[in-house]
Ligand binder design. Structure first.
Ligand code: ATP
Ligand code: MG
Length: 576
């Protein structure tokens, strides 16, 4: 067996064992509810051999009574099984969704970059199949196996010869079943892939509807969607065909085996080696066995389909974020905001480093600026400071502690960021500014709005701070959106505030005003401003000039002008 298959089986067993109590409870109930099903044929034998052929009324009445008792109990067990299944089902679905969503949120940013939003949404919506696997398939397969063993045992006791013949013939059934499941597996994988792709297409289309309309891409997108849909349907038709082949062959085989055994049994009766009652009982048991084998074939088919979904689920459940808390990591409070990069090597892809041994020091409580050409790694700097990624080598130190020794949550409580892309939530302006914070007063919100110079604009809106922004904030200008996002960052009064082109869409006069307000509010705190516009950070305490080759020069604006040729050129280009 291939190592990959072994891992898959181990994963599946490990997962099923997590829910063993629920599965066993459902198995017992399902098994008990089929007592009548199992005992029925034996009662037939007793009726024929003892009551009918012996013409015994007393036996007839007592058998009828016990038959009724078994029937009532098995009906009661069916009812109890349904009630318990419902209860377990609700809990299990909740537990599964909770586990999955927690796992999703614990993943690092690289995980989300490696999979599309649509695919992840599809994974979440696919938990229904997993629940079905645990609640229906596992208990039923167990119960079917036990029933098959019991029926074979009873038949063996009633008539060993007929049963042995059955045992010899039944591998035919298993061979066809496994052959077809092998054919079906890759088909189900394709169906999953295309279903996830359809989610991705729809998600992308709706979230980027503006640009699709603006570029007149509706037909293009519609065709792409339909194309994938047709491919998906083609694979489904293939799976349907194999499903049909599977059910026809299993039905044919089970009937053929049944036929051979019937004839053999008839021959035994004629020879006087089998009673009519035993023959009837064995034949009814064999019919049941045929039904069970057919249903096992059907379950096996479902099992293959569900195992594809389960593997996709395991990809998330077993994914371990590379950026995670070390056991020795500690919470920190009120860090100074001092940052040191010590021989930092980092890149997003192997063999393509953005930084090759970067060293610099941002003093605590400073107002610093980072400038540099596009793509030189400015945003990467703040990705590393926020520990969205870990450096390949070297250390990033915040307040004298390596970031890896600080609990991620605590680190991010000390830092706030505002980026060029203002991420706003589908809520009011007020909620957007105070998002996720408890106990924020209206005065604090208004103060943040004053610092970012949106207070005047907001006061003119009919609902003021309660005005709704909308999911993509389409009702606001880009510059306004950036300032709402900035207000959200500064309301948190972080020890370290990082602005990454956070005011790039704001006119320079307003930007200057905002920065003056901010300087006042952030006296005694550390602020790092990443900007294309050199002008806006010219008077920073220190400027970090990042060059395209990942090298850095530092100094005040004046110092850099006199010492760095590249900086002079960069400055000259901007003032032209
Ligand atoms: N998620 C990512 N995966 C792979 N490469 C990336 C990723 N993010 C950035 N890069 C690459 O890393 C380099 C530095 O990117 P970064 O975004 O830090 O530049 P920047 O200085 O912020 O640019 P800009 O001024 O345009 O915002 C670029 O070459 C970019 O293509
Ligand atoms: Mg950037």
């Amino acid at each position: 067996m291939k190592a990959e298959t072994k891992t898959k089986i181990r994963n599946l067993l490990g997962f099923v064992l997590l829910y063993k109590r629920q599965i066993l409870a459902l198995f017992f109930l399902s098994f008990l509810s089929s007592l009548f099903f199992l005992a029925g044929p034996y009662f037939s034998k007793l009726f024929i051999d003892k009551a009918f052929l012996g013409k015994d009324l007393g036996k007839f009445l007592s058998l009828s009574f016990w038959g009724a008792v078994v029937f009532v109990f098995s009906t009661l067990f069916t009812l109890a099984g349904d009630i318990v299944k419902n209860r377990i089902s609700v809990k299990l679905r909740l537990n599964l969704s909770h586990k999955l969503i927690r796992k999703f949120f614990s993943q690092d940013i690289a995980f989300f970059h490696s999979k599309s939003i649509g695919e992840n949404l599809f994974r979440l919506s696919d938990t229904e199949i997993t629940a079905n696997f645990l609640l229906e398939q596992c208990p039923q397969i167990l119960s079917d196996i036990v029933k098959i063993i019991l029926i074979l045992g009873i038949c063996l006791w009633l008539n060993p010869r007929m049963t042995v013949l059955l045992v010899i013939l039944s591998p035919l059934f298993l061979i066809q079943s496994f052959y077809i499941q092998n054919k079906l597996r890759p088909i189900y994988e394709e169906i999953w892939r295309f279903s996830a792709y359809l989610y991705k297409e729809l998600n992308e289309a709706f979230s980027k509807i503006l640009i699709i309309k603006a570029l007149g891409l509706e037909d293009f997108k519609r065709r792409r969607y339909l194309n994938s849909l047709v491919k998906n349907i083609r694979w489904r038709i293939k799976s349907f065909r194999w499903g049909l082949v599977s059910s026809i062959t299993s039905s044919f085989l089970s009937k053929a085996i049944f036929g051979v055994i019937t004839l053999y049994g008839g021959w035994l009766i004629i020879k006087g080696e089998l009673s009519l009652g035993s023959y009837t009982a064995v034949m009814i048991y064999l019919t049941q066995l045929g039904g069970l084998l057919e249903s096992m074939g059907f379950r096996l088919r479902n099992f293959v389909q569900e195992s594809v979904s389960l593997e996709k689920l395991f990809e998330v459940l077993h994914a371990r974020p590379t950026v995670r808390d070390l056991p020795e990591a500690k919470s920190v409070k009120n860090v100074s905001g001092e940052i040191i990069f010590q021989d930092v090597w980092f890149g997003y892809q192997e063999n393509s480093p953005v930084f090759k041994g970067l060293n610099f020091h941002i003093p605590a409580f400073s107002w610093s600026g980072v400038v540099g050409p596009s793509g030189c790694g400015k945003t990467t700097l703040f990705n590393l400071i926020l520990r969205l990624y870990d450096p390949w080598k070297g250390e990033v130190i915040l307040g004298q502690r390596d970031l890896k020794l600080i609990k991620i949550r605590s680190l991010r409580e000390n830092i706030a960021i505002a980026t060029q892309q203002p991420f706003l939530f589908d809520a009011s302006i007020k909620e957007n500014i105070s998002y996720g914070l408890k106990g924020v007063t209206q005065a604090e919100i208004e103060d943040a709005a004053r610092i970012t110079c949106i207070d005047n604009f907001v006061s003119q809106l009919p609902d003021k701070f309660d005005s709704l922004i909308g999911e993509d904030a389409f009702r606001l200008s880009q510059g306004f959106k950036q300032r709402v996002a900035l207000a959200r960052a500064i309301l948190r009064k972080p020890r370290l505030l990082i602005l990454d082109e956070a005011t790039s869409s704001v006119d320079s006069q307003t930007e200057e005003k905002i920065f003056n307000n901010l300087k006042e509010q952030r006296a005694g705190l550390t602020t790092l401003i990443i900007s294309h516009r050199l002008f806006s950070i010219k008077d920073a305490d220190k400027i970090y000039f990042l060059k395209r080759d990942g090298q850095m020069e530092t100094g005040t604006h004046r110092e850099l002008l006199s010492t760095s040729h590249d900086y002079r050129e960069f400055f000259a280009n901007q003032t032209e």
